[in-house]
Design a protein around this ligand. Structure first.
Ligand code: NAP
Length: 273
């Protein structure tokens, strides 16, 4: 059995097992299985080498382990090192643990449009914002500004990665929400409050041609609903999740990932006939 999985704490909510097992089934890879790996932070250091020894070929890494996973790896890609976090570990047959960050290229892939020359406004200054800023700059965005509720964090991130911190979200071609706002609220009741928490006014959404929201939940977020109403092209968190998952899948298996199958599984939609 070739084993894959997702390390997190908690990890019960993860859509990755459904997504990857659907891809494995689609490609007829019956000797492979992808599973949840709930591991508390204190046990990560001993668990990762044990997984390798137990026959795992690779794992995804999610909250709160992405920074620690990078430190545990023997080698790391430029993306993982510069972002400071890894969401994908690969175990080679000689025991080497390699760290990669597919969140960054996954965002660019999910956008489905070249960001070269675009102005981008990123909201948030946590781990996913770091990956987004790094990815957008690397993909040729003309300018990337960063707004965060705690402005000192935006300033530190911007300085490290070559972006510009702003005190309020600015007009741009592309808006990317990398905060967790929108995760656990009823959209209809709190639409305006959700936008306020992001430093945005409702009438400001129309200033962005493209709006991406990393938050993934069933149904739209307040931000995406407002963006759709304003005529923006939108990308939701499950599209971004499926795109990063597809890149990890390709790394581990060497097979072309069935992207549509993975996205439908992430959305918990039935497989296509
Ligand atoms: P994180 O490191 O914990 O950062 C959280 C960010 O959200 C911080 O900037 C924080 O601001 C901000 N925030 C939290 N509550 C807020 C509020 N009430 N008002 C305004 N800002 C608030 O988290 P992360 O790893 O970057 O993840 C952020 C979100 O992206 C999560 O919902 C996660 O599930 C999602 N995500 C999705 C994907 C995907 O593939 N779709 C990948 C990664 C992450 P402060 O600094 O002021 O606290």
């Amino acid at each position: 059995m070739s084993r894959l999985g997702v390390l997190g704490w908690p990890v019960a909510h993860s859509r990755s097992p459904a997504m990857h097992n659907a891809a494995l089934a689609e490609l007829g890879m019956s000797g492979w299985h992808y599973q949840r790996l709930p591991v508390p932070p204190a046990l990560l250091g001993e668990t990762v080498p044990a997984l390798r020894n137990a026959g795992f070929l690779g794992v995804n890494v999610t909250i709160p382990h992405k920074e620690a996973a990078l430190r545990l790896a023997d080698v790391a890609s430029d993306a993982a090192r510069q972002i400071g976090a890894a969401n994908t570990l690969t175990f080679a047959s000689d025991g080497t643990i390699s760290a990669e960050n597919t969140d960054a290229p996954g965002l660019i892939a999910a956008l489905g449009v070249s960001v070269a020359g675009m102005r981008a406004q990123v909201l948030g200054a946590g781990g996913s914002a770091r990956a987004a800023v790094w990815a957008l700059i690397g993909a040729g965005a003309a300018e990337v500004s960063v707004w965060n509720r705690t402005s000192e964090r935006a300033k530190a991130l911007a300085e490290q990665l070559g972006a510009r911190a702003v005190e309020a979200p600015e007009r741009a071609d592309l808006l990317v929400n990398c905060t967790s706002v929108g995760l656990d609220v009823e959209r209809s009741a709190t639409e305006q409050r959700g936008l306020n928490q992001l430093g945005l006014r409702g009438d400001q959404i129309g200033e962005y041609s493209y709006v991406a929201d990393l938050v993934y939940r069933s149904g739209s977020t307040a931000l995406l609903a407002a963006a759709t109403a304003a005529g923006a092209r939108t990308v939701d968190g499950l599209e971004i999740l499926a795109a990063q998952g597809a890149l990890s899948f390709e790394l581990w298996t060497g097979r072309e990932p069935p992207a549509g199958v993975m996205l439908r599984a992430a959305r918990a939609e039935p497989a296509a006939a």
